[in-house]
Design a binder for this molecule. Sequence first.
Ligand SMILES: Cc1cc2nc3c(=O)[nH]c(=O)nc-3n(C[C@H](O)[C@H](O)[C@H](O)COP(=O)(O)O)c2cc1C
Length: 302
Amino acid sequence: MSVSVAGVQLKNPVIAACGTFAYGVEFEDVVALSRLGGFVVKGLSREPMAGNPPPRLFETAAGMLNAIGLQNIGAQAFVDEKLPRLRQLKNIVVIANVFGYTREDYERTIEILNQGEGIAAYELNVSCPNTAHGGIQFGGDPRLLDEVVATARHRSPRPLIVKLSPNVTSIAQMAYVAQEAGADAVSLVNTFVAMAVDAETRKPRIANITAGLSGPAIKPIALRMVYDAAKAVRIPIIGMGGISSAVDIVEFMLAGATAIEIGTASYWDPCATEKIVDELQKWCVERKIAKLASLTGALITD
Ligand SMILES: Cc1cc2nc3c(=O)[nH]c(=O)nc-3n(C[C@H](O)[C@H](O)[C@H](O)COP(=O)(O)O)c2cc1C
């Protein structure tokens, strides 16, 4: 079941996704954290952030909209208050997700996190508006993406995973830019910009008006994007978007993913990540798959 991503050895390819697993410690009583390949903690910034006003979650057909607004306790509080407990837990892989609104924000956040022990890798969320460049998403412009990844690479002694925005014309190009700027792996996809409207009140369902769509509704698009990205880069790919079963994982691996993340599924079943690890093991045994990693990129297209 083991896989290796960005130089990090995972006991299985199942990683709990950022924003759906708090800081890991909160899930301690619900999920055996050591059974997972790893988990990504909620996106961290240089200062704490309160996030957007409610309503900020809305269930859609086969999916979920969220506009949490990157609420988090801040990188320093994570190092001081969450990491000490995580360090006591044996046999876990903690990935810290990082975001900012300027290159300096990313630099500073990484510098703070560098002081904490027990982080296996950084996952860079580039789906943020760059305030210095008129609010264009870092991950929506190849030049800005190159800059922010190179900056983070420079500051980070730890493996760097770049989490790509799906709200782009060519995911293959963005994956390639991230690779050339020094990423050790790319993860994709983040949420799709979307919205929902209440026909009775004539108001948006989410206070922020637009929000990010996740869950099974996005799976086929995410799968296609993993496939496109895998053809464009040599570095490993962590796939995600609507994964809620072992079979979904296998599909992403066949399309080119080395590991995967599970997000929204933890909202309808907080134990989903651990259950899917069991399911995946059973799937491999039943089909006599000796080495799960052999499925990566094994899609038959002729
Ligand atoms: C409530 C919520 C909060 C999220 N917060 C973050 C975040 O802070 N940073 C980030 O990079 N991705 C964040 N994500 C995106 C997920 O990590 C994941 O990329 C996306 O939801 C697609 O996977 P899924 O369909 O399995 O949920 C969030 C997703 C949800 C549903």
